[in-house]
Every structure is written in structure tokens, then in C-alpha cells.
Design a protein. Structure first.
Length: 569
């Protein structure tokens, strides 16, 4: 600490590059400061520091990190404390980003992150800091105030716990234990989703993921025929609507809550924080939201289960295009998800290609099957479940033909769910529909593809570039990857992780391993060495990463316009 003060006093008033002298480690009374990277000027990417406090000082309870789920929950709680304290303390001093502390900021989900790490030996926070300058002149006294006065205060307020923290952490531990218990019961009972009674599904606004707080919000209440009760380790049993495997429809009029329910289900692949309203809305983690995506690139995907005999003899077993239509993009998205092990398709009619979802009897009469290359989902959805074990949850408002293939039908009426399966089946039996089945005898072949290394070139000039630009874009070398259709991404730090994971997949690509095998290798490395391992700053400061699912990583790779798949692979 004394050395740090001496350096700051010595470089006060010098050129900004004098800050480079700070790199290294400094022992404070209760923590160690590690300066990993110093920015080149006040307008550049901020400097990166780590704060490490030994467990001997903290005395965290050992049972808080006894399972991975609990460890992630504790790290998430501590990160939120850091965010709150930094928001209150950080202020601009001088030019550019001078004087600002920043740290990864979580949303409503509890994700595995690199911003705060807790283990048996220590707790560590990874922070960015704008070292203060006026123009390009070092403001040493202001830097001293930040590092020697404010930083110890931040550490004390964020890592050292009071009685209120202890109570909140215990509540957090009970929450994630209960969430885990419900997920285990879902697996045993073969449920795709569980929506607890009393859940608040509507969100604050289109740009806020916080729960709607209005007085007239209707808490979720399961229909009696679909209500299940799950015993949990802490507190009373939890009741709610269980959606079993199979084909489930969510129907109803416009603005009655169909899409709101589906959005809650698609986010249920993650655990949520207390008071989110969706703490006990839980979904099979292998469920994937599918939508049409006009204009995306597709690289050698076997879409033949859905699309065949295209004009000019175009091959649909290795289908490629630079500009997919709605139907071909949706077919490709499904097949790409199946390739990575998806267990359930989540589909909203509003974001789907109509001709991919249904072809009614009148259209079949006018445009015969030999003239129509598309086999609609309605004719493949049962085969997909019976042959591949892949369920579907569909939001529908305009196609009653799906009643015939559905296992469950849920009607949303003024945000209240009703089980109308029997009535829907009766309507299907009573209505004479002359629609012809077009699905063939089997679903079709699932093809594993082999990517080639040359498709993962991240070069941009003399450097390599792999950066997140918000939630929907990755810059990878000379290419932009559009992630808009990956609707289950929830955090920019997931996107940054994906950017670096794509690069790691490219390093491993040898022309023999399938995309699924390469992705699995990356996740195995993360499981054994931690999420830090994918970062170019491994061992130092990879503070802005959170773990994505393998489906979003694969989705980003499939949308990389330079991707090359081996012919015949």
C-alpha cells in the first residue's frame, strides 16, 4: 500500500503513460489489490484491477459454496452489492473515463459470472477503473483518493457482511435449493416447464425485465387439472402448473397473455432472483425458442425433413444460402438446435413463417404436394416427439388444425390459464377437415456437421477482434454476427463470452470433430477450469463474462457468415 502511494505521488503531473508503473500487486490491511492492465490514455478501455480478500478475514459460511448452484448464487449476491456501492460512489474526475469504477451489472437472472469469484481460499472482485487525468496528464492525488481511500470503503461495504446480509444470503440459499429441487422433480416427472401459483409474469415494459408493479396484475394460478405440488427443502410445498413432455398449445385471443406466458417459459431456463415474480417459473434447460429469420445465412444444414425438391434441384440435405426465406430459416433453426441436443421447441405463431406452420385443406387442393416443397411443422411435430423425444410448446391464435396433434391445450383468458384439452379434442373430432397429412412415414435424418478451421478467422487488419456490441451483435474479425433471433440471451456478458468461445471452437476445429463435439469440449474446459479459461486475460482479469448455454453459442456460430462446413459432413 505504501509503495502504491509513493508511485502515485511520484507520477502526479506526468504524462498518462506513467500510470503503467502501477501494474503489479499491493497488500492492504484487509485485501490485496492487483493491477492487471493499465489503459494507454483516459479515453481508452479502462484499466482492470482485482480485489482479493482471504476467507480468514471474511469468514463466509462453508455451506454457501458446497454446491455449484449455491456458489453461483452467493457470487451473484455479492456482485449486486458491488454494483450498488459503485453506483453510489463512482463519479467522473477529469477527461474521458477518468474517475469511474465499473463492474459487470446483472439483470434478473442468476448466472455464472467472472465478475466476482468465491472459493474456499478467497473472494475476488474484478473491476474496471478509469485512472484520472486532465487531458493526458496524470492526476495522482485523485488516483490516490480512488485507490487508497474509496477502494477500501468499497471492499468493506461489499465483501464484509452485516446481519442483514446474512439473512438475505440465507434466503438466497433457500431459494436456489428450492429451485434445484423443483428442477430435479421436473426431470423425474418428465415436465418441460413448471409455473408456480402466484407467479407474476408480466414485465414492467418492453425495455425492462423487472416485474410489473401495477395493482391490477393477475398472479398466475394453475388450472386444477394441471396443478402439481412439489415438496421443497425449505418452507411449504410449492404448487403450480406443470407442462409435461409432448405437444402443448397455448391459445387465446389477442392481449390475453399467451406470449407473456411463453416469454416467462423461455426465460425459465435460468434461475431468477427473489422478488422477480418468476422465481419458480422453471423450464427444461435444453428448451430452445425458435423463430423465422428472413435474410440469415445458412451453411450446409439438412433441412430435408421440412423442405424438399426445391426448384433447380437445390440440395436440401446440405442446404446453403446467403439470404434465407422465413420458412427455410425456421427449418434451419430447428435442425441446428436438434443437432446440439435440444429437448423442446418453443414457438410463437407471431414470429413464425405462416407457410412453415400450416398448409390448410383449401391450399392443398389448389397447390398440390408435388408443387409444394415445404412440409409444414404440423405434419412433423408428432414424429419429432415420438422418434426424437423432442417436445413442443406453441403459442397459436389462428390455426385450430393443431388441435388434432396436441397433447395439452391451454387457453389464456384475461391472463388466467384454463385446461381446454378435452374441448379442443372434441372440436377436432366434430369438425370435418379434409386436410391431407404430408409428413411422410418418418421425421427424417438428423445430420451432424463438421466445421473447418478456416471459417473462424478473427483477423481484422493486423489484430484479431472478438467483441460484443450490445445484446444482439458480435464483431468477429471482419464480420458482424446478428444475434437478434437468439431470444434466450439475457446479458451482454453472455455475448462477450460467446465471442471468445467462438474463437476457442475455431482453435479446436480440426476438420474431423462435429460442431456439437467442439462445443462440448469448450464446456468441459469451463467445467474443469472455470469460465475464466475462455478469456485472453486468463489468470488475470476476465471480469465481464457470464456463461451462455450451448444453444446460443451454436446459434452464433451458425450465423457467422464465414462459417465453412465440410462437404459431406
Amino acid at each position: 500500500m505504501k509503495n502504491l502511494i509513493q508511485i502515485l505521488e511520484r507520477i502526479d503531473g506526468k504524462g498518462y503513460k506513467a500510470y503503467k508503473d502501477l501494474q503489479g500487486g499491493y497488500q492492504f490491511p484487509l485485501f490485496k489489490l492487483l493491477v492487471d492492465y493499465v489503459q494507454g490514455d483516459p479515453f481508452a478501455t479502462p484499466s482492470r484491477i482485482r480485489i482479493r480478500v482471504m476467507q480468514a478475514h471474511l469468514k463466509f459460511h462453508s455451506d454457501w459454496i458446497q454446491t455449484k448452484v449455491r456458489q453461483i448464487a452467493l457470487e451473484d449476491y455479492l456482485l449486486r452489492k458491488w454494483v450498488k456501492q459503485i453506483d453510489q460512489l463512482s463519479r467522473k474526475r477529469g477527461s474521458g473515463k477518468s474517475g469511474l469504477f465499473t463492474i459487470d451489472c446483472p439483470g434478473q437472472e442468476i448466472l455464472e459470472r467472472t465478475a466476482v469469484v468465491v472459493n474456499e481460499d478467497f473472494a475476488e472482485a474484478r473491476i474496471s477503473i478509469g485512472l484520472p487525468a486532465q487531458g493526458r496528464t496524470v492526476l495522482g492525488r485523485q488516483a490516490k483518493e480512488m485507490l487508497v481511500e474509496q477502494l477500501p470503503f468499497l471492499v468493506k461495504q461489499s465483501f464484509f457482511l452485516n446481519e442483514e446480509d446474512l439473512l438475505k444470503i440465507e434466503r438466497r440459499m433457500k431459494l436456489v435449493d428450492n429451485q434445484q429441487a423443483i428442477r430435479q422433480e421436473m426431470s423425474r416427472q418428465k415436465w418441460i416447464a413448471f409455473i408456480a401459483d402466484g407467479a407474476i409474469l408480466p414485465r414492467e415494459s418492453g425495455i425492462s425485465d423487472r416485474p410489473l408493479q401495477q395493482m391490477n396484475v393477475i398472479p398466475f394460478q394453475a388450472p386444477p387439472t394441471m396443478k402439481k405440488v412439489v415438496k421443497v427443502p425449505h418452507g411449504d410445498s410449492i404448487s403450480g402448473m406443470a407442462i409435461p413432455t409432448g405437444i402443448s398449445l397455448i391459445i387465446g385471443g389477442g392481449y390475453h397473455g399467451k406470449s407473456t406466458l411463453l416469454r416467462a417459459i423461455e426465460r425459465g431456463v435460468y434461475n431468477h432472483i427473489e422478488q422477480d415474480g418468476r422465481e419458480y417459473v422453471l423450464t427444461d434447460p435444453k428448451a430452445v425458442k425458435i423463430r423465422a429469420e428472413d435474410g440469415r445465412r445458412v451453411e450446409k444444414v439438412n433441412i430435408s425433413p421440412f423442405i424438399n425438391h426445391l426448384p433447380f434441384g437445390q440440395d436440401t440435405k446440405q442446404f446453403s444460402t446467403e439470404d434465407a426465406s422465413g420458412s427455410t430459416s425456421q427449418a434451419a433453426y430447428i435442425m441446428e438446435s436438434l443437432e446440439i441436443g435440444c429437448s423442446c421447441l418453443l414457438i410463437d405463431e407471431d414470429t413464425s413463417a405462416t407457410n412453415f406452420m400450416i398448409r390448410d385443406a383449401r391450399m392443398q387442393s389448389l397447390v398440390t404436394k408435388e408443387k409444394e416443397p415445404i412440409t409444414p411443422l404440423i405434419d412433423k411435430i408428432q414424429q419429432l416427439y415420438k422418434e426424437q423425444g423432442v417436445s413442443s410448446i406453441l403459442v397459436l391464435g389462428g390455426s385450430g388444425d393443431y388441435f388434432e396433434v396436441a397433447d395439452q391445450v391451454i387457453l389464456m383468458d384475461q391472463y388466467v390459464p384454463y385446461d381446454v384439452t378435452k374441448k379442443a379434442k372434441q372440436i377436432a373430432n366434430d369438425s370435418i377437415v379434409e386436410r391431407q397429412f404430408e409428413g411422410g412415414e418418418q421425421f427424417g435424418k438428423l445430420t451432424q456437421r463438421v466445421p473447418l478451421k478456416k471459417g473462424f478467422d478473427a483477423s481484422k487488419g493486423k489484430k484479431e477482434k472478438m467483441d460484443a456490441k450490445g445484446l444482439h451483435t458480435i464483431i468477429f474479425g471482419m464480420h458482424q454476427i446478428d444475434l437478434t433471433a437468439l431470444e434466450q440471451l439475457v446479458d451482454v456478458s453472455q455475448v462477450q463470452a460467446i465471442a471468445w468461445m467462438i474463437y476457442r471452437v475455431g482453435e479446436l476445429a480440426d476438420g474431423r470433430q462435429t460442431l456439437d463435439e467442439l462445443i462440448e469440449k469448450v464446456y468441459t474446459q469451463i467445467k474443469t477450469q472455470g469460465l475464466d479459461v475462455i478469456s485472453p486475460y486468463y489468470g488475470k482479469h476476465p471480469g465481464y463474462l457470464s456463461l451462455p448455454r450451448k444453444f446460443e453459442l451454436a446459434g452464433a456460430i451458425n450465423r457467422l457468415r464465414s462459417l465453412v462446413i465440410r462437404s459431406g459432413g
